[in-house]
Design a protein around this ligand. Sequence first.
Ligand SMILES: *[C@@H]1O[C@H](CO)[C@@H](O)[C@H](O)[C@H]1NC(C)=O
Ligand SMILES: *[C@@H]1O[C@H](CO)[C@@H](O)[C@H](O)[C@H]1NC(C)=O
Ligand SMILES: *[C@@H]1O[C@H](CO)[C@@H](O)[C@H](O)[C@H]1NC(C)=O
Ligand SMILES: *[C@@H]1O[C@H](CO)[C@@H](O)[C@H](O)[C@H]1NC(C)=O
Ligand SMILES: *[C@@H]1O[C@H](CO)[C@@H](O)[C@H](O)[C@H]1NC(C)=O
Ligand SMILES: *[C@@H]1O[C@H](CO)[C@@H](O)[C@H](O)[C@H]1NC(C)=O
Ligand SMILES: *[C@@H]1O[C@H](CO)[C@@H](O)[C@H](O)[C@H]1NC(C)=O
Ligand SMILES: *[C@@H]1O[C@H](CO)[C@@H](O)[C@H](O)[C@H]1NC(C)=O
Ligand SMILES: *[C@@H]1O[C@H](CO)[C@@H](O)[C@H](O)[C@H]1NC(C)=O
Ligand SMILES: *[C@@H]1O[C@H](CO)[C@@H](O)[C@H](O)[C@H]1NC(C)=O
Ligand SMILES: *[C@@H]1O[C@H](CO)[C@@H](O)[C@H](O)[C@H]1NC(C)=O
Ligand SMILES: *[C@@H]1O[C@H](CO)[C@@H](O)[C@H](O)[C@H]1NC(C)=O
Length: 508
Amino acid sequence: MRKMRLLHLYSAVLGTFCYLLQVNANFDGYVTLSHDGPVVIGGTITFRADVYKYDGTRPSGTFSYEWKDDGIIPHKYTPDHTRNTTAFWSISYPAEIYSVGIYIVEVKVIKKKTWFNESTRVATKFAVTSLLNGNMTIKQENATTKGNFVSSSLESTVAIDIRKGDLSFIMTNATSISTFWFIDCQYYGHTENFIFNYNFTDPDRSHTIEALVVASFDPPTTTTSLPDTTTSTTVNPPWLSVVSNSSINSTAISTTSTATPFTTSSTTALSTITTPNSLQNTTVPVFGNISFPFVCLNSSIVPPDPHNIYGYFQRTIEVRAPVTDISVDGTNWIQPWAMLNLNVTCEGSGPFIRCLQFHRGNYNVTGNETCGDGERKPNCNFSIIHYFLEPSDYTIVIILTNDISTNIHPVTINIYQATTQPQLSVIVVPVLCSLVALVLIIFGIAYYIQSRARFTVEVADFDFGQSNPDMEYKTFAERLRDSFDSAVRPGSNRISGYKPLGNSQLLQ
Ligand SMILES: *[C@@H]1O[C@H](CO)[C@@H](O)[C@H](O)[C@H]1NC(C)=O
Ligand SMILES: *[C@@H]1O[C@H](CO)[C@@H](O)[C@H](O)[C@H]1NC(C)=O
Ligand SMILES: *[C@@H]1O[C@H](CO)[C@@H](O)[C@H](O)[C@H]1NC(C)=O
Ligand SMILES: *[C@@H]1O[C@H](CO)[C@@H](O)[C@H](O)[C@H]1NC(C)=O
Ligand SMILES: *[C@@H]1O[C@H](CO)[C@@H](O)[C@H](O)[C@H]1NC(C)=O
Ligand SMILES: *[C@@H]1O[C@H](CO)[C@@H](O)[C@H](O)[C@H]1NC(C)=O
Ligand SMILES: *[C@@H]1O[C@H](CO)[C@@H](O)[C@H](O)[C@H]1NC(C)=O
Ligand SMILES: *[C@@H]1O[C@H](CO)[C@@H](O)[C@H](O)[C@H]1NC(C)=O
Ligand SMILES: *[C@@H]1O[C@H](CO)[C@@H](O)[C@H](O)[C@H]1NC(C)=O
Ligand SMILES: *[C@@H]1O[C@H](CO)[C@@H](O)[C@H](O)[C@H]1NC(C)=O
Ligand SMILES: *[C@@H]1O[C@H](CO)[C@@H](O)[C@H](O)[C@H]1NC(C)=O
Ligand SMILES: *[C@@H]1O[C@H](CO)[C@@H](O)[C@H](O)[C@H]1NC(C)=O
């Protein structure tokens, strides 16, 4: 009995010891595991493991990576140990063996030590999908399309970016690949290169672009499932009418994308729901009478042919007209303190973000002007009211931005000095008047002196003793006038020319 207890104690101690050893053998650092999935069934997915120390640096040493997954026939991979702290593993899930669903991959990283190897394991989930993975992108030349906005004035290039692993799979293994394009459920033809050009010319509308990529794996000996007129990307009315009406009846079986981890799935491929072999006549619509393998505007898809791999991509875009034809009404020659009142209008789709930048002097638009947090305007119809204090040239830069474009419009404002015009008359008129007055005075004095000289000569002949009663009552001015009169009377034209300046009456 005592021995038994002792044995229990021993084993407990031993267990603790072993546990402690295990703790000591734990990995000094961490491993990250990433992948480039999801992956289409049959495609290649690549995993990447990175070993780090807790401080984020890479450890040194020898590592061995043990990879495995939870497939029905598990993949396993244990390469030679390496000093590399990064390891990759690429696997694929062929449709003949595996089903679509969520899988788990695990990597065990062992760091070799003299006594006890350190090890850690990390796992990640990923999806094997029935459809090709990727994105639909829309590009327009010279435009930075943001979000789902598209300019109505530029050609749009719609492209399907298929995930690399999926693309290389269909490129190497498929016998034909076509992309069928639909806009608002209308068929617009197919292309062989995942690219479709279209002009969305109607502003302020939204459109749904759908693309169906069909990768066929049928041997090329049979009648091809796709028309061989590969360049017929234009709209074909008979096709259009048939295909646009052939939206699938969505009693579709959703793909089994909810497979649980570590469950083995038995269904190797999706059951054939429709008769896919009828896609054979090049003169009738490609998808003829069969249900088109996707629901218009609904991404639940039933691949009708298990031998094909499909990709369904959909995107809704908003068409916007760019900001154009900014016109500015109002006078831009004003006086300081006068109110500048300009009315601005433009063409384009609202809402607009408006910024006004005031620059003194002439300002050359660089194109770099930005309008961060401008005023939001529902329409492009507003006034600029401003007072300029100092006379100068100014430039108002109007920056109007809408969802797809920016228009920068400079307006030159001239604030002119209102006092320059009066100043001229203030200076010139008095100067002229003074000059005239000066001339008059000079002539006046000159004539006075002249006439006095004549008077004194004449006086010499008069008898000063006799008092002239007229003279006594005349003031100096009257006498001066008399003397003028007497001086003029002899008929000196030379002098009379100046008369009008002084007294117009004298002309008579
Ligand atoms: C794709 O083709 C390659 C070589 O042509 C072949 O090794 C591979 O098994 C094929 N993959 C599938 C899923 O059929
Ligand atoms: C580590 O692995 C990567 C990818 O396989 C490789 O490019 C690199 O050269 C390797 N480094 C060393 C030191 O082996
Ligand atoms: C440590 O790992 C190496 C390589 O994986 C292996 O050969 C060796 O037996 C391991 N040693 C111990 C004590 O587990
Ligand atoms: C794009 O910009 C370049 C250079 O500015 C110009 O030559 C070209 O015509 C523009 N393309 C379009 C579609 O506006
Ligand atoms: C698709 O878009 C997502 C998000 O924008 C991006 O993470 C992913 O890498 C893209 N895939 C491809 C194949 O371009
Ligand atoms: C789009 O419009 C441009 C110019 O009007 C034209 O050159 C181009 O061919 C059009 N593209 C399509 C797909 O109709
Ligand atoms: C499509 O089908 C609907 C009824 O299902 C019919 O009313 C419509 O005319 C058809 N359109 C064309 C283009 O055949
Ligand atoms: C879709 O299928 C259901 C039943 O399977 C049927 O009642 C309905 O008419 C079908 N709709 C079309 C558009 O074919
Ligand atoms: C292809 O269509 C034409 C006319 O629609 C028809 O005469 C011909 O029999 C069809 N061929 C096949 C293989 O279905
Ligand atoms: C600007 O618009 C207002 C009303 O919208 C109008 O009263 C004013 O006369 C306009 N000014 C000019 C310069 O057109
Ligand atoms: C604007 O450009 C013109 C001609 O390109 C140049 O003469 C002028 O100096 C520039 N003005 C400024 C303020 O840079
Ligand atoms: C415009 O901005 C770019 C990058 O922000 C800069 O390299 C360039 O010099 C700027 N141009 C002007 C005229 O400011």
